[in-house]
Ligand binder design. Structure first.
Ligand code: SF4
Ligand code: SF4
Length: 171
């Protein structure tokens, strides 16, 4: 009986399509959710550095002065933590695996002019808001003496009102 099963399996495998791919002759087709390598859309990245902080293998580094974002692909374990934590959603997992190599390389990408301009506009708007808030505070402080001017008049009645309390204490 087992011999019949064995023969059936052999014949079936002889005439069926192989389960493996004939690499490199067949094109590389990865399943949709394959975690190949991390890629960054530098048009959107604001160099906040959160991905670098969250990366468990310290594969990512961010240089705000040079406006660059770097990754060491050989150190990346494809955990997807950076992708899930990016506030701008500019990171994604590409389905293609990093090409093997004999050296550890660091891939560096520069923030795009578009992203730099957008970030500068945001910072300018934030500065203007802060200046407006400071001006409003100063204006409110400028009005304060007028408001305080009424205080002595109001306080003038206070000693009379407070006197019984003081007397009570002495008893
Ligand atoms: S990729 Fe995302 S988390 Fe990393 S620096 Fe850019 S915006 Fe921040
Ligand atoms: S996928 Fe994981 S290991 Fe790779 S860079 Fe992102 S956080 Fe780091």
């Amino acid at each position: 009986m087992s011999l019949i099963n064995f023969n059936t399996t052999v014949i079936k495998n002889l005439f069926s399509k192989p389960a493996t791919r004939k690499y490199p002759f067949e094109p590389k087709v990865y399943p949709e959710r394959t975690r190949g390598h991390v890629q960054n859309d530098m048009d959107v990245c604001i160099l906040c550095g959160l991905c670098s902080i969250k990366c468990p293998t310290h594969a990512i580094s961010v240089d705000k002065t040079e406006k660059t974002w770097s990754i060491r692909p050989m150190s990346c374990i494809q955990c997807r933590c950076c992708v899930d934590n990016c506030p701008k959603k500019c990171l994604s997992m590409d389905t293609h695996f990093t090409e093997p190599g004999s050296e550890k390389v660091t891939k560096t990408f520069k923030q795009s002019e578009k992203a730099i301009a957008a970030q500068e506009a945001l910072m300018k708007a934030a500065k203007e808001r802060a200046a407006a808030a400071a001006a409003a505070k100063a204006a409110a402080a400028g009005n304060a003496p007028a408001a305080n001017a009424a205080a002595p008049a109001a306080n003038a009645a206070a000693p009379k009102a407070e006197a019984p309390a003081a007397e009570k204490k002495d008893e």
